[in-house]
Design a protein. Sequence first.
Length: 192
Amino acid sequence: MEGIIEYIDVKYPKAELTKLFNEVNPTKGLDYIECGTESYVLSMNPNYYVMWEHIIEWCTNIHPQLCEMGTGFNSNPTLTSGVPPHIDFDERKGNKFNLLLPLFGVAKIGIYETIPEQLEFRHGKTHWNMLQDQYPPNKIGELVLDKPALLNTDYLHSVKVIDAPRAIFCVAWRGINMSYNEFKDYAEKTLT
């Protein structure tokens, strides 16, 4: 899935992230359209900016524009708590990439044919789109997320949990003026 989702060779503070996840996990996270996934993202709690200061600094050393609606922890407690096909974005111009850092558990990230005219906002949200009901998803590939990966969020992507419970830390960068391959190379050089 070159240029869409690929493994990325980065060193990340997995133990520190797992500790931070365990601190927020007892609280109620954001439900993702009632599918069982819970998120703990920067926008939901101003205290996260303080609690995660070291991690945010680590993320912004790569690129300063984080999406506060997408940067944080995603958790799937069961095998059935995945996420349907969607794209993530915000109003900033440029490319949008998510760095997916597994903490525990495993999922498959499905990638689907993405035709902008077939997408729509759902559930009153304006930072992601889903397929309109009349269009069936057409999967074009998938990647087992058991190690770090970089995702181009212009493509419809889903999460199917294959080892639960599962948790990741997602770094959602927006407004990137590099191509996928340029940014991936830059991130690998910076984070290894």
